[in-house]
Design a binder for this molecule. Sequence first.
Ligand SMILES: *Cc1c(COP(=O)(O)O)cnc(C)c1O
Length: 449
Amino acid sequence: MSAKPRYRAWFQSLSHDDERYALEDVVYTDREGGLLQVAHDMDELAKTSAAEWKRIFEGRAHKTDWPYGSGVWGKKEWVLPEIENQHVVSMYEGHTNLFWADRYGRQLGLEDLWLKLCGNAHTGSFKDLGMTVLVSQVKSMRAKGVEIPAVACASTGDTSAALAAYCAAAEIPAIVFLPRGKISMAQLIQPVCNGAIVFALDTDFDGCMEIVKQVSARDGVYLANSMNSLRIEGQKTVGIEIVQQFDWEMPDWIVVPGGNLGNVSALAKGLDMLVELGLSTKRPRLVVAQAQAANPLYRAFQRGWASYEPIHAEPTLASAIQIGNPVSVHKAIDAIQRYDGIVEEASEAELVEAAVHADRTGLFNCPHTGVALAALTKLVRRGEIRSSDRVVVLSTAHGLKFVDYKVQYHGMQLDGIIPELPNPPIELAADYDTVRDRMLREIETRFGG
Ligand SMILES: *Cc1c(COP(=O)(O)O)cnc(C)c1O
């Protein structure tokens, strides 16, 4: 197969077939303000057989042949086929581990539960998958003379970390707008360290989004939020990668926490391509899990999709999904309907206890993964998910980015939560007999018959 870009991609309006833009155009929505999506020349892609695509993707994985060793760029023809390799800004994202959560699965009554640890990534969340694509495209556009003074995003913490890192690697100015006091310390320090211009604004995510839309419309700053469908192209590889990791077999269910709802839209878009190009025939069912405090999609699902209304999102420990007006809601509803999906919600107590109980089995969950695990628990109890079903939970960020709620939980200081499994450190004098007595007592009470 030649490496020449015989494959093509463009921005496509979701509602008007004839409304298209080049990927070099600075454009985020169609004429009516609807989202765009990146469309591919599927006829050309279909000239390569499913077996050949599998061989190509497998042959590139984990190798250092730039940039194809990346989980995203190993699928370059399906993602951003026309970009020159020298303009790709990659930190070898993707290829995150997918593992059998045997013990936790058994606790829930599941035999075949898997976790996809998307947070085991360069900046600690799945956002790297989309940002490598967006920043690469910006680098390519700047090289071709398109005037882009800077790239900006509003963020609940992880998008800004990814934007700052990829822009720093490419020497492109990055600007981030964060809701002051509403993101974790780790998330705040990431763009600071990577040299982004960091604004902490007295508002929530939805308020930051309004500001970034204005600077992109008025000041020509390039918009890096998932409203920009280039991000979706990278994020869609997670679904393809999961299926590849199962030797091209689809699981029965994929559970994902949802805030702005770009990720679930992306997941479905990747799975669509697998089916359309014949790499798979089956489709999994999707579950979107929302925090009760920020659940506009859940409410619409409860109404049988009869109506959808943005809401004012209340504070939640799952701060990366504290979003009341999700930008990709219509793409997400379409994806959920096509994948026979379910939307579930989790209260603060439910998300914390789910994360903590799963931590006890060797995991280390961020609160958003806690939301997904709590939703999963409910669906298993209701009998919607059966014990033999193969279930994949997308863990969206690394737990180490969100230790505050764990510290407070185990210190029994988490507001409104009476912890079920607190495990505070035992503070004792450094005296052998005292330590020994306590040690034997702890072994007996915790693990004794
Ligand atoms: C961004 C993010 C989400 C939500 O993804 P959306 O695409 O906004 O639905 C969930 N978890 C974490 C850790 C995130 O950073």
